[in-house]
Design a protein around this ligand. Structure first.
Ligand code: CP
Length: 320
């Protein structure tokens, strides 16, 4: 099912290194898992007897809850650990904490961390699969996958679509993972944001068009991805204020009208309504923001199914 002739990594750290076939296999699996959440009894026995540990060192609503719901709908047991209530508050290192969790035989570790590279560091040192739930400004692969699923669901294919990504690109792990995933599936990408929220070399590294104003990026777009201003990752103020940002970069009805009439609007959440977009745009028919959240459960069910103790799956480094 879904995985024929594909080698899979032990961990999901980033979308880099995955092929279009891997991503399509994940999206196809998620499509079939989505139906389980629409049943009266939303549970299947796929991961019965398995333990998924949710290790969140940063705030989260959507990612943490949807991983937990996904694991529970597959009948896995879950344990949640936050840094504030753990012995890390007493000085225990990330690795020692993770090794102690591993000693209790989890079948997967889901980690969110403010430090870029923390999931990769643990993935190299633990035997169980490690799934990155967002690390610093580096990557948020499950968010990108649910974004790809949401777009594919409405547009059929991503090949040749124009996707505009607007906002704080420099500090956004969602933007980085979206750009990688969208490129793998053949979309064309235009990014726009204040120069202080862009980084040098974006065009070369990701193969995207870069603009300092939103209008040229939005022109004729099939999909618009609006990003939150990542205040927690900015070392100083990068824009005079929220009102100025909203005036120049915020999505209002006139700006959204530059995109195609059937354009989709995505945002990873949480949305600062009135800053990144007006409440009217948030509630417009283009908005897929809550559908993204629904798809997040399906994507995480698919990933847990594919990476946790799947006997049909051939791992990278094993003979096919
Ligand atoms: N999209 C996202 O990562 O949201 P949370 O921070 O609420 O998990």
């Amino acid at each position: 099912m879904y995985t024929e002739n594909l080698l899979w990594p032990k961990d999901l750290i980033d979308l880099k290194g995955l092929s279009a076939s891997h991503i399509i296999a994940i999206l196809d699996a998620a499509e079939s898992f989505k139906e389980i959440s629409e049943r009266r009894i939303k549970k299947v026995p796929t991961l019965r007897g398995k333990l998924v540990v949710l290790f969140f060192h940063e705030n989260s609503t959507r990612t943490r809850l949807s991983f937990e719901i996904a694991a529970k709908r597959l009948s896995a047991d879950t344990l949640a650990l936050a840094s504030s209530g753990s012995s890390m508050a007493k000085g225990e290192t990330l690795l020692d904490t993770a090794k102690n969790i591993e000693a209790m035989a989890p079948d997967a570790l889901v980690i969110r961390h403010s430090a870029s590279g923390a999931p990769s560091f643990l993935g190299q040192r633990l035997n169980c699969p490690v799934l990155n739930a967002g690390d610093g400004a580096h990557a948020h692969p499950t968010q990108a996958l649910l974004d790809l699923m949401t777009i594919r669901q409405r547009k059929g294919s991503l090949t040749g679509l124009k996707v505009a990504i607007i906002g704080d690109i420099a500090h956004s792990r969602v933007a980085r993972s979206d750009m990688i995933g969208l490129k793998i599936l053949g979309a064309n990408i235009a990014v726009a944001g204040p120069p202080s929220m862009l980084v040098k070399g974006l065009a070369e590294e990701y193969g995207v068009d870069v603009f300092h104003r939103p209008e040229p990026a939005l022109e004729g777009a099939d999909v618009v991805v609006s990003l939150r201003i990542q205040l927690e990752r900015q070392s100083g103020r990068l824009f005079p204020g929220a009102r100025e940002y909203a005036r120049v970069y915020g999505l209002n009805a006139a700006r959204l009208a530059l995109a195609k009439p059937d354009a989709l609007l995505l945002h990873p959440g949480p949305v600062n309504q009135g800053v990144e977009m007006t409440p009217e745009v948030y509630q417009s028919p283009a908005s897929q923001i809550l559908e993204q959240v629904t798809n997040g459960v399906a994507i995480r069910m698919a990933l847990l199914y594919l990476l946790v103790d799947n006997p049909d799956l051939v791992r990278d480094g094993q003979d096919a």
